[in-house]
Design a protein around this ligand. Structure first.
Ligand SMILES: [Zn+2]
Ligand SMILES: [Zn+2]
Length: 451
């Protein structure tokens, strides 16, 4: 079997994918990828690879300003016709019905490919309109701010609630570092935040494999670790917008998308740190407020998660305490807390937990057995995957990115609630789920200092 773990990002996109000794077939349906300085010059080549002629270009005032003076001459020179829809705003777009409707109204049926000129929200919306129009989607990225470029899901807000819609991934991705290096610094930090999340992601993927039998692939993990090392070792150069570091982050984020596609889930790319962000985002939606960039929140979530792991490393699991905790589990109290933390989405959360028997004593006892008998292995995984707290602080500090919740205006109470509720969002085994299983989550959250 091919060992793809040392392949370049382009080589990973070999048509037909790879059979792997983990027992799964890995494939990512991206047909064209170019990352680097001057990458937009390959737009004609990308269109050719997709067999397309006329793009429907979607952008907003910010992304147009960032990239159009580089993209337009390329289209002109190659004689490529296009239609464009530009949101007449400099404000951050919300991935909601209004934005999606505007893109749909502006759609030119004579176009045979959708081209997102932007990053998160524009890319997410374009994947959907392309899928509905049954034509390919391509993206010309303007900021290395999140790992959604090579992802098949779109994070959308529907009726005020957050959903992931699966409409396929862009068939071509172009990340021009000459454009990306000039992105707002907060977006560069967001990209770094979404990258360092991968330390936790791989660690919790391995723990999940031990405790609940999640399928795990060492080769995918190796890919992610490799690009993570590259990015973090040069984090000090981010503040000076070093094009090479910006390119490494863009590549790491695209590779994370490919890794998720290979794994068929988000295991290689997100762990507890992402759940802090998910919770804060849901809270903001519930309160009618705004949340920060995904990667910025995830970065702060990393700080909190690394802090929590310092405590996890000191735990001696106690079977009796764990089983007693389950025996005395107060379902009514848990439901009331779920209503308090999740508001209008609580009924869905409670129904999903019941369906998956997440709070079932028999299943819990099995997990406790596995945690206790594998505790040495779990400590070894943490030691292998997670850099020290000092090291992660060093990476975050030299980059200049926000670190603590207070810097984002997130209160101590919202840190506490997000930690307690993280395991309830969906059926993904996180370090907080492990603490819950051991009967320690709520007491640890009580004394957890997010400062
Ligand atoms: Zn594999
Ligand atoms: Zn993310």
């Amino acid at each position: 079997m091919v060992d793809f773990s040392n392949f370049s990002t382009e080589e990973l996109l070999t048509p037909g994918g790879f059979d792997c000794d983990c027992g799964y077939h890995h494939e990512a349906p991206v047909k064209f990828l170019k990352i680097g300085p001057g990458a937009v010059k390959t737009i004609p080549e990308a269109l050719q690879a997709l067999g397309c002629k006329k793009p429907y270009i979607v952008c907003d005032l910010n992304t147009k300003k960032a990239a159009w003076d580089k993209v337009e001459p390329v289209l002109k020179e190659a004689g490529i016709e296009y239609s464009m829809f530009c949101f007449n705003t400099e404000k951050r777009l919300e991935p909601n019905e209004e934005v999606m409707g505007a893109i749909t109204f502006g759609f030119d049926k004579s176009c045979d490919v959708v081209m997102a000129l932007g990053s998160g929200v524009i890319n997410d919306n374009c994947k959907i309109i392309a899928s509905i129009a049954n034509i390919p989607c391509m993206v010309v990225g303007t900021a290395p701010s999140m790992d959604g470029y090579a992802s098949n899901s779109s994070a959308m807000v529907i009726g005020g609630l957050k959903f992931s819609l699966y409409h396929g991934m862009p068939a071509a991705i172009i990340c021009d570092t000459d454009i990306m290096k000039d992105a707002p610094m907060r977006m560069l930090w967001a990209g770094l935040g979404d990258m360092i999340a991968k330390y936790v992601a791989i660690c919790e993927w391995r723990i999940g494999a031990l405790v609940v039998g999640d399928p795990y692939c060492e080769k995918i993990a190796t890919l992610v670790r490799r690009s993570l090392d590259k990015v973090t070792s040069a984090a000090d150069k981010l503040q000076t917008r070093d094009p090479e570091v910006v390119g490494d982050i863009a590549e790491g984020l695209v590779l994370s998308g490919i890794a998720m596609s290979f794994a068929g889930n988000s295991r290689p790319a997100s762990g507890l740190e992402h759940y802090f962000s998910h919770m804060w985002e849901m809270m903001a939606l519930e309160r009618g407020g705004e949340s920060d960039l995904h990667g910025i929140q995830v970065g702060v979530g990393c700080y909190l998660t690394f802090k929590l792991y310092e405590q996890i490393k000191k735990i001696t699991p106690d079977r009796e305490k764990a089983l007693n905790w389950m025996k005395n589990f107060d379902a009514a109290k848990w439901e009331a807390e779920t209503h308090r933390c999740f508001g209008s989405v609580a009924p869905g959360i409670i129904a999903a937990a019941a369906k998956e028997k997440r709070n079932d004593p028999e299943k819990h006892a099995k997990r406790v057995d596995l945690i206790i008998s594998n505790w040495d292995k779990i400590l070894k995984i943490i030691d292998e995957e997670m850099p020290t707290f000092e090291r992660i602080m060093e990476i975050m500090t030299v980059s200049g990115m926000p670190i603590r919740p207070a810097e984002l205006g997130v209160s101590e109470e919202d840190v506490h609630d997000a930690l307690c509720a993280s395991r309830d969002i969906r059926d993904k085994y996180l370090s907080s789920t492990l603490l819950w299983d051991l009967g320690l989550l709520y007491e640890m959250a009580e004394n957890f200092d997010g400062k």
